[in-house]
Write a protein that binds this ligand. Structure first.
Ligand SMILES: [Zn+2]
Length: 116
């Protein structure tokens, strides 16, 4: 693959990484390399009834599952950026053959071929 094309993918990946980190920081706190979804703040005076509390918990669970997806995507992007630096970008992690550019255009963070 041409170096200029790789640079384009890198630019896209860096941009998406920033976007993801921005999204995650709204609902989660970074702890080393892991993003931990912020827990609902129940007030001590017990202003929340059981029902509100249940709603909050449900909301937290939904948020946490979205954050997990964002975090997984972020890991793929970080891995792709590391591969660019290592000069191994665009190589399938499964069969070690080159991933076609069309697939990388659709998803610059692709780790494998569609069928691998
Ligand atoms: Zn493959």
């Amino acid at each position: 693959m041409e170096q200029s094309r790789i640079e384009q993918f890198k630019e896209q990946l860096v941009k998406e990484k920033k976007q993801l980190e921005g999204d995650l920081s709204e609902s989660a706190v970074k702890d080393d390399d892991h993003w931990e979804t912020k827990r609902p703040q129940f007030d001590e005076a017990g202003r929340f009834g059981e029902e509100e509390r249940a709603d909050e918990v449900e909301e937290y669970e939904t948020e946490a599952s979205i954050d997990r997806q964002l975090e997984t995507r972020l890991e793929d992007i970080s891995a792709a950026l590391q591969k660019i630096d290592a000069g191994t970008y665009g190589v399938c992690e499964h069969c070690k053959k080159t991933i076609d550019e069309a697939r990388l255009t659709a998803n610059p963070a692709a780790r494998t071929h569609v069928k691998c």
